[in-house]
Design a protein around this ligand. Structure first.
Ligand SMILES: [Zn+2]
Length: 284
């Protein structure tokens, strides 16, 4: 042990935590659950140091089993060498606890609300080219959240299918802390930050929705479609089937704001960002 790794604080430095998350597949190494703790495989009291290779991720249950002696250290070590999520290529699904007769989705400060009007009530706050990136189904007290996020290569990286959350192993970082899910493309580059407020509210606070060359930037107080400099701020739609409906939809979908002919990759991103700034400065 060298002096520079010896440490008196039990707090693991953040870059080290991220390294451990990546290595462990953003989940408990034994079962893949996205809710976990950082666990020193060597006894902390003995080593008193933070080395990424000596720390693993365990969910509450497996942590408790290890501490209690029901889960042998050797099994944890084997799981650490071959983490569940990396083996599967996808995270273990996690059930979000949504329910009720009313729902609210907030995207960049714009709010979409709906109430159950009989079985099969559907609200699609954002859809691009026929793919509902965010969608809700209400009926019989059930509130089913659906969500899909694509990366720059048009590959889906995050899914919520009828409240079941799972993600691929390709993002640079995925973190569910408390009620906040953060996907990062790189250091300080957030792909999406989502705040879950069960039983019936979801807030997309920042990031970008990407699909087929369309980019929808989400800021805490506005949405900007960079392809054609569409700026949306402070809007509210209630019981509106569609919200922001972009691109071609085989089955035409009415929307709060529907834009069919949207340029792909042709938008001047710099001009769009300049326009956004002007809009923000002009806002009351
Ligand atoms: Zn576990």
């Amino acid at each position: 042990m060298t002096d520079d790794t010896q440490c008196t604080s039990r707090n693991i430095p953040l870059p080290l935590q991220r390294e451990i998350r990546q290595r462990c597949g953003f989940g408990c190494v034994v079962c893949g659950l996205p809710l976990y703790e950082y666990e020193h495989m060597e006894e902390w009291a003995q080593v008193k140091r933070h080395v990424a290779d000596e720390i693993t991720l365990l969910c509450d249950r497996h942590h408790r089993e290890k501490t209690g002696g029901l889960l042998p250290k050797e099994v944890v070590r084997q799981a650490n060498a071959n983490p569940f999520n990396l083996r599967e290529g996808v995270s273990k699904p996690y059930d979000l606890h949504f329910a009720g007769k009313h729902a609210e989705v907030v995207i960049g400060g714009n709010s979409f609300t709906c109430e159950d009007r009989g079985y099969g009530t559907v609200m699609v706050p954002i859809s691009i080219d026929g793919v509902a990136l965010v969608g809700l189904i209400l009926g019989d007290g059930h509130l089913l959240l659906n969500f899909v996020a694509f990366d720059e290569c048009n590959v889906p990286v995050l899914h919520i299918k009828n409240n079941q959350l799972f993600y691929s192993m390709s993002p640079w970082d995925v973190q569910l802390v408390g009620t906040t899910l953060t996907l990062r493309e790189a250091h300080r580059k957030i792909l999406l930050e989502i705040e879950f407020a069960p039983p019936n509210k979801v807030v997309v606070t920042r990031g970008r929705f990407l699909r087929n060359g369309v980019e929808v930037l989400v800021r805490p107080d506005n949405i900007l479609v960079t392809n054609n400099s569409t700026y949306i701020s402070g809007c509210h739609a209630h019981n509106c089937h569609g919200g922001l409906i972009l691109g071609h939809h085989e089955r035409p979908m009415g929307g709060f704001m529907a834009i069919q002919g949207i340029p792909r990759y042709l938008g001047d991103r710099r001009e769009a960002l300049k326009f956004e700034k002007e809009c923000q400065e002009g806002a009351p």
